[in-house]
Design a protein around this ligand. Structure first.
Ligand SMILES: NC(=O)c1ccc[n+]([C@@H]2O[C@H](COP(=O)([O-])OP(=O)(O)OC[C@H]3O[C@@H](n4cnc5c(N)ncnc54)[C@H](O)[C@@H]3O)[C@@H](O)[C@H]2O)c1
Length: 287
């Protein structure tokens, strides 16, 4: 495994990636290998890297950055990749960076990545609930010809909800039910921890409310949210109900939790993997 540090970075990578002139995906959809870096080497990154190690990702996952360098190194070693001590160290080479770190990382780091004309996949979607910040990112993407991708995450039915939002959505609500320990409490009884709007929920439960943020952004409404700590469940459940001029829909997702982070659902990582694979597809299905 190689480790990027200081001046070694330039020398090693000039040899290793002679063709890695950084051209972002918006500019060049024909390029055969999309070079990808990960920001945040936790549960989601681990699943994505496992797919990459089996050659099932469809892109070249090469660079790994985490505030805990050891984590970056550990994941990098699975794919003969490169752990970096600074996220900027990968930006000369990659086409796209997957953020799988935190809302704070999105606010602090994503603007710099977009300024460099690189595309981003954002997993910590709660950060995008701030309309001013979202506008800032969209303006940066426009100016620098880069793209911001937000996968559907730990939820199903987003395609239908996006289609429904073309018309008039009159009601949309989300009930999230999780084991108490994954919400950071201990209880023998069902407890409603929160009832209110998604915009507030993402601040109170930043690691648990990405689904509420994704829904809200997709349909441009501040979704009504109820969060329940339920000692009877072992998985993360999301129930979504939508009504509008299209009719009504109701979805229930029973998610398997990630082994290393019970707050996070496996489906969230899979949604990023599917998005990465779709970047190379010539025909797309689903809205
Ligand atoms: N979109 C969705 O549906 C969805 C679902 C689950 C999780 N998420 C979000 O995705 C993110 C990653 O989830 P996870 O389960 O992999 O988390 P995790 O806690 O397992 O891993 C996060 C990693 O990011 C690193 N990190 C955090 N802040 C950083 C920073 N500022 N700079 C560099 N590294 C940093 C941590 O050290 C850790 O290794 C979280 O914000 C989580 O809330 C989104």
């Amino acid at each position: 495994m190689k480790t990027v540090s200081d001046d070694i970075l330039i020398e090693e990578n000039e040899d290793t990636f002679p063709e890695c002139t950084s051209v972002n995906l918006a500019n060049n959809h024909e390029r055969s290998t999309i070079l990808v870096g990960i920001l945040g080497c936790g549960a989601i990154a681990d699943i994505i890297t496992d797919f990459a190690s089996k050659g099932k990702l469809g892109v070249d996952l090469k660079f790994f950055y985490d505030q805990d360098f050891q984590r970056a190194e550990t994941l990098a070693s699975k794919v003969n990749g490169i752990g970096t001590r600074n996220v900027h160290d990968m930006l000369d080479y990659v086409d796209l960076v997957i953020e799988a770190a935190s809302q704070k990382a999105v606010r602090k780091i994503i603007p710099h990545i977009l300024k460099r004309g690189k595309d981003v996949i954002i997993m910590s979607v709660g950060a995008l609930m701030d309309p001013e910040f979202r506008n800032q990112l969209e303006n940066l993407a426009r100016t620098n010809n880069s793209r911001i991708y937000t996968p559907s995450g730990a939820i199903v039915g987003l395609d239908g909800i996006k289609a429904a939002s073309v018309g008039d959505i009159t009601r949309i609500n989300l009930v999230t039910r999780k084991p108490p320990e994954s919400l950071g409490i201990l209880t023998d009884e069902e407890v409603v921890l929160y009832e209110g709007k998604a915009s507030e929920a993402v601040h109170k439960f930043p690691q648990n409310m990405n689904v509420a943020a994704t829904l809200s952004i997709a349909c441009k409404k501040d979704v009504d949210v109820r969060i329940i700590a339920d000692p009877k469940v072992k998985h993360n459940y999301h129930e979504v109900q939508v009504a509008g001029d299209f009719g009504e829909l109701k979805t229930t997702t029973r998610n398997m939790n990630c082994a290393t982070n019970p707050k996070t659902s496996v489906l969230a990582a899979y949604s990023a993997i599917k998005l990465l694979k779709s970047l190379n597809e010539k025909s797309k299905i689903g809205t």
